[in-house]
Design a binder for this molecule. Structure first.
Ligand code: PGA
Length: 255
């Protein structure tokens, strides 16, 4: 079975309530119900229910950008997986490099969140990728291996079906320096091969691996046409329907 592509917009800490609502409406209006790709938008927490309402009746899924690793409790400021499900989320992005590198989230914390979110029924978009220094020192494979292995050990087959990986080279995020389609394909193939070795071909071949890092309408087609690139996690270009929808169309065209 070919893997269906997924294009997810990571709105980060942008938008007002009004802007989020109109962006969600514009994305919903631009994605036909029959689209052969899945589309998701991940607004900031306070706008989740507003965006959920705006997306009603459309095929666009809702996601959040982080979650806690507990269902409930005295964890000031945290938001749990059951709360996200209740707000209408299907997806949650975990382990984004901005959380790992700016907010100091460790592999272990990310893994706890991945396990908690999957256990509660969310679909997880797990981000991983190397820094420029790691790439220059030839360490990128070691980084992927550590990140893939740490986050996926102990998952059931059913949980793997709700796990999406996003390869986001840190040097490409928000910088305008996209990985070339060949560089991205090489990394995706390596991650898939690791998953296959560790968990078998049915998991390795079925896990979606998205590319993220300065995906724009003009580079999306080249990236999406690579055999191991199953869509995109889009930051900056997801904040306007005029730049996000052409990326969705590139995914549709790449099949
Ligand atoms: P960018 O962000 O598209 O703005 O580079 C991608 C991401 O951080 O997920």
């Amino acid at each position: 079975m070919p893997r269906t592509k997924l294009v997810a917009g990571n709105w980060k800490m942008y938008t007002t309530r009004t802007a989020a609502e109109s962006l969600a409406r514009a994305v919903a209006a631009g994605v036909p119900a029959s689209a052969a790709v899945e589309v998701a938008v991940c607004p900031p927490f306070p706008w989740l229910t507003t965006v959920a309402n705006a997306l009603q009746g459309s095929p666009v899924s809702l996601g959040a950008q982080d979650c806690a690793n507990e269902k409930e409790g005295a964890f000031t400021g945290e938001v749990s997986p059951p709360m996200l499900l209740d707000a209408g989320c299907k997806y949650v992005i975990l382990g984004h490099s901005e959380r790992r590198h700016i907010l100091g989230e460790s592999d272990a914390q990310t893994n706890d969140k991945v396990h908690a979110a999957l256990a509660d029924g969310l679909h997880v978009i797990l981000c991983m990728g190397e820094t420029l220094a790691e790439r220059q020192r030839g360490l990128k494979e070691r980084v992927f291996q550590r990140q893939v292995f740490a986050a996926t050990s102990g998952l059931s087959d059913e949980q793997f079906h709700r796990l999406v990986i996003a390869y986001e080279p840190i040097w490409a995020i928000g910088t305008g320096h996209t990985a070339t389609p060949e560089q991205a394909q090489e990394a995706h193939a390596f991650i898939r091969e690791k998953l296959t070795t560790l968990f078998g071909a049915s998991i390795g071949q079925n896990v979606k691996i998205l590319y993220g890092g300065s995906v724009k309408p003009d580079n999306a087609a080249g990236l999406m046409s690579q055999p191991d690139i199953d869509g995109a996690l889009v930051g900056g270009a997801s904040l306007k329907a005029e730049t996000f929808l052409p990326i969705v169309q590139a995914a549709v065209a790449a099949g």
